[in-house]
Design a protein around this ligand. Structure first.
Ligand SMILES: *[C@@H]1O[C@H](CO)[C@@H](O)[C@H](O)[C@H]1NC(C)=O
Ligand SMILES: *[C@@H]1O[C@H](CO)[C@@H](O)[C@H](O)[C@H]1NC(C)=O
Ligand SMILES: *[C@@H]1O[C@H](CO)[C@@H](O)[C@H](O)[C@H]1NC(C)=O
Ligand SMILES: *[C@@H]1O[C@H](CO)[C@@H](O)[C@H](O)[C@H]1NC(C)=O
Ligand SMILES: *[C@@H]1O[C@H](CO)[C@@H](O)[C@H](O)[C@H]1NC(C)=O
Length: 840
């Protein structure tokens, strides 16, 4: 009975939470249609640069409306590069805008004008206009592809503004008409700007952490003035400030941080300006508290208030409790005691060398944000990014999602309670029989299952490394000839609406794709059994390294059975071959990556780990990371490999820019085109070596290449062990983890990994390099769409989408990429050919 009570209690809490209001804006919920389509925005608040005629005036630019001639159309055709035309909306008060929707002019079939691309400008005061850019700095937003579908785009980062302008952009002179909607909620904080010292750079041994405010929309000279940015973007940073929710950004992205050495006064002063005089209740500051890296919540804050023209004489002071136990980032709430003010100036005192903030919110008067999902007719949109979907459909699905979530939560709660009950009963039984069989059995069976799959993964099948037999059973049509299956032609003759499964290409969910996760969660080289035999004839030549000479610096990643640490090793020189000595100063500690197996790992995992050592010890190439030494005399088992001072190629390129005007102006570090080619050629050379040994890497990508001095590159293999890149991997039913955006069609659909699929991944890696890793491959496609696209590669009916030619990329290089992505594996170039071509 007690447990039934618990269910009731939990449900009550749940319902309470769903109906609650909070003091911070929640970008996931703040997605209400702001009234272009609903009519809440008045005609007089919609204006435009010009109009074609009275019947295409600004007031007809309402999403999903068919009045007038069906949309707003400017007077003249829109020319490329001219940004004269705009449709402007005045929201009458500050709003937090998370999403925009656009549509063309359909007018019952007569119209056919739409904006393929557009930019957004916004303003809080009506005089200073700011161009919106996404987190990668891009301004242009992809718009419509026809005159009738609604295209919704998430704004990342969101906008805080009263005025918003939509500015159509074209690549050739054309007629453009638009209907638009904004989605978001009122900005109850009322904050118009914060002024603060610029965030600084923290130098960790492995890489710098950039704690600047990367989306600040005001002026940034010696300090930040008149803008809003990361402290108001609704994204709270993670406990470990190096990682971020946002994909493909530099370490420290979510936080703005300062070092005490730069502030002799001992505090950082931030000034907040508001839209009007408000009655303040609280200020909440989201602070990092990673004291292990000298980051702590502020020791004290002193706030001054300005209501009319003058600052109040007596400030308010607050000291939070210093927490040296809990590393979690948290909101620190300061009670502002109903002070009336239109500006607040706060001095945050350092408690340690660093102070890192990711959000600051203000609560005033009695205003509270909804966290409840809105009634369907208010046009609330779901959290996903639906495209080409009329809003009413979206609403519908939203209600369904909500109900689905509720049902799911209830099920989970019930399941938990059942498990609790069941365990109690079970434990009583165990106590009676006085055995511990249950615990032991359970842990050993699960770990055996796990290790079985690991075992299969690292040392796959026969000499040619064919596809796993389980998979072939499921796919009879591939068993005979997977290179030129007859089903291609039959598929073509079927109706065009056939699904992937009907075409004979297995759907990803049913394809039992090999588990790629290694012992330490990384993805070791696949190696044919024959080569393995050859190798095992010789002795392992790596030496044991005294564990005590390793100094832990940082965790690089972790997997199922182990972790990868960045360490400094003393006296490593003695363990290295002569060939390495020249580039390492003597008597200095060396940075090394230490892959270690947890001591609780089972026997199979240990065997795999020892085999991995054997394989690694044979690899000797200037462009492959070397195994330097091991610690296998005692637990935990360790493998010590080289690490390179500039970290991985993805992060390295992300913080560099192409040479040119822009880079000169912004003073950014650059990499020349020749050096890009030089790095790509080194990857090709390392892969040439691996392929000559019949090794298949299976996870070639910039994140797995390390950069040393003078643009030297070595191929490594961290696999999915690093959280930073978890977005690059696709999880199937929580088991297999696959870097699908780098994988060839045959690897995804058939589980076939060969040198030819490494060549495919090389093509994608080359594409990343020429894009300076500023974008994830197929970033506009969801994981599911990437897999669908793989089906198109298999069917080869010219409907597959290739990665586009990067701006920097000359035709000759793009040709190499395209040749890597040929459908027929035999037509793809070898690494030898690629290497030669890149040297030219
Ligand atoms: C709260 O929800 C209502 C609809 O239920 C909406 O009209 C209103 O704008 C929302 N308020 C905020 C601050 O988002
Ligand atoms: C913040 O630092 C990053 C990394 O150096 C840089 O790319 C970005 O432009 C900086 N942003 C601002 C606003 O200074
Ligand atoms: C500010 O709000 C509080 C609580 O609502 C109220 O008691 C107080 O009178 C207000 N102060 C002013 C100056 O209006
Ligand atoms: C640490 O703080 C976080 C956030 O305040 C909290 O959720 C967590 O339970 C705390 N952990 C411990 C061990 O106190
Ligand atoms: C900065 O903080 C560190 C750690 O608390 C301290 O040792 C150092 O003296 C501080 N420096 C200044 C200039 O306050």
């Amino acid at each position: 009975m007690k447990h039934l009570w618990d269910i009731h209690f939990l449900l009550l809490i749940l319902l309470y939470l769903l109906g609650a209001v909070t003091s911070q804006v929640n970008p996931g919920v703040c997605r209400y249609a702001l009234g272009m389509s609903g009519g809440k925005i008045q005609d007089e608040d919609i204006s435009a640069s010009s109009q074609w005629s009275e019947s295409t005036a600004a007031r007809y630019g309402r999403l999903d409306f068919e009045e007038g001639d069906g949309a707003w159309c400017p007077e003249i055709t829109v020319e490329p590069d001219s940004l004269k035309e705009f449709l402007q909306i005045d929201l009458r008060s500050l709003h937090f805008i998370t999403l925009v929707g656009t549509q063309g002019r359909h007018a019952g079939g007569i119209g056919n004008e739409f904006a393929q691309m557009y930019k957004i400008k916004y303003s809080r005061d009506g005089s200073r206009w700011i161009s919106w850019r996404n987190r990668q700095g891009k301004q242009v937003i992809e718009g419509n592809r026809n005159a009738y579908d609604i295209v919704l785009k998430d704004l990342e980062p969101p906008i805080i503004a009263r005025f918003v302008r939509f500015m159509p952009v074209t690549d050739h002179s054309m007629n453009v008409c638009m209907r638009v909607e904004l989605y978001g909620c009122e900005w109850l904080d009322g904050l118009v700007s914060y002024n603060a010292p610029v965030g600084e750079q923290m130098n960790l041994p492995a890489y710098p952490v950039y704690l600047n405010d990367s989306v600040y929309d005001g002026a940034v000279i010696h300090s930040m003035t008149e803008g809003l940015g990361q402290l108001t973007d609704g994204v709270c940073g993670l406990d470990d400030f190096i990682h971020s929710h946002v994909y493909n950004v530099w370490p420290g992205y979510d936080y703005v941080g300062w070092n005490n050495e730069s502030f002799p006064s001992g505090y950082v002063e931030i000034m907040f300006e508001f839209d009007r005089t408000r009655n303040f209740t609280t200020m909440k500051t989201h602070c990092n508290n990673m004291f292990s890296r000298h980051v702590k919540v502020f020791r004290q804050v002193v706030c001054y208030f300005r209501s009319e023209a003058d600052w109040e004489a007596s400030p308010l002071s607050f000291s939070p409790v210093v927490d040296e136990k809990n590393l979690s980032a948290r909101f620190v709430t300061v009670n502002l005691l109903n002070h009336m003010a239109s500006a607040i100036k706060c001095q945050f005192y350092f408690a340690d060398a660093w102070m890192l903030f990711s959000e600051i919110t203000f609560q005033s008067d009695t205003a509270m944000y909804n966290t409840t999902l809105a009634p369907p007719n208010t046009g609330l949109l779901p959290n996903t990014q639906p495209e080409d979907d009329p809003t009413h459909k979206v609403d519908d699905s939203n209600t369904r999602i909500l109900i689905g979530c509720l049902v799911a939560i209830i099920f989970i709660l019930v399941a938990i309670i059942v498990i609790i009950l069941w365990r109690q009963v079970w434990q009583k039984m165990l106590e009676k029989s006085e055995t511990f069989a249950y615990n032991n059995n359970q842990s050993s069976t699960t770990s055996e299952q796990e290790s079985n799959s690991t075992y299969e993964r690292i040392f796959p099948l026969g000499p040619d490394y064919q596809e796993p037999s389980r998979l072939i059973c499921k796919l009879p049509e591939f068993a005979q000839s997977s290179e030129e299956p007859a089903s291609t032609t039959t598929a073509a003759s079927k109706s065009t609406t056939t699904t992937v499964a009907q075409d004979g290409v297995p759907h990803y969910a049913e394809a039992d794709i090999v588990n790629l996760q290694g012992v330490t969660g990384s993805n070791t080289y696949a190696i044919p059994a024959v080569t393995m035999d050859l190798l095992s004839g010789k002795d392992v030549v790596v030496e044991e390294f005294p564990r005590k000479l390793l100094t832990f610096k940082e965790k690089l990643g972790e997997g199922q059975f182990g972790e990868v640490h960045l360490c400094e090793a003393e006296g490593m020189q003695e363990f290295m071959n002569k060939e390495f000595l020249f580039d390492i100063p003597e008597e200095q500690p060396v940075l090394v990556a230490v892959k270690m197996l947890r001591s609780d790992a089972n026997k199979n995992a240990r065997n795999d780990f020892l085999k991995e050592i054997k394989i690694m010890s044979r690899l000797k190439d200037p462009n492959i990371i070397r195994l330097l030494a091991v610690c296998i005399y005692s637990d935990p088992l360790c493998m010590i490999t080289e690490y390179m001072e500039n970290g991985d190629l993805n992060q390295f390129l992300s913080r560099h820019e192409p040479e040119g005007h822009l880079a000169l102006l912004s003073n950014a570090s650059t990499v020349s085109f020749n050096n890009l080619c030089y790095m790509a050629a080194q990857i090709a050379s390392g892969m040439k070596y691996l392929s000559s040994l019949n090794f298949v890497h299976r996870d070639l990508a910039t994140r797995n290449c390390l950069v040393g001095k003078n643009y030297t590159i070595k191929i490594a293999d961290f696999g999915m062990s690093r959280n930073l890149y978890s977005g690059d991997y696709y999880r199937i039913q929580g088991r297999a983890v696959l870097p699908i955006r780098w994988m060839s069609w045959e690897s995804i659909l058939l589980g076939k990994f060969t040198t030819a699929s490494d060549v495919w991944a090389f093509g994608v890696t080359l594409w990343e390099i020429l894009n300076f890793c500023k974008e994830q491959p197929y970033s506009q496609l969801t994981d599911e769409q990437v897999i669908e696209n793989t089906g198109e590669f298999f069917r080869d009916q010219k409907r597959q989408i290739y990665l586009p030619q990067p701006v920097l990329c000359p035709d000759s290089l793009y040709k190499i990429m395209l040749s890597c992505w040929r459908r027929n594996t035999k037509e793809r170039p070898s690494f030898q050919e690629i290497h030669r071509a890149l040297l030219e």
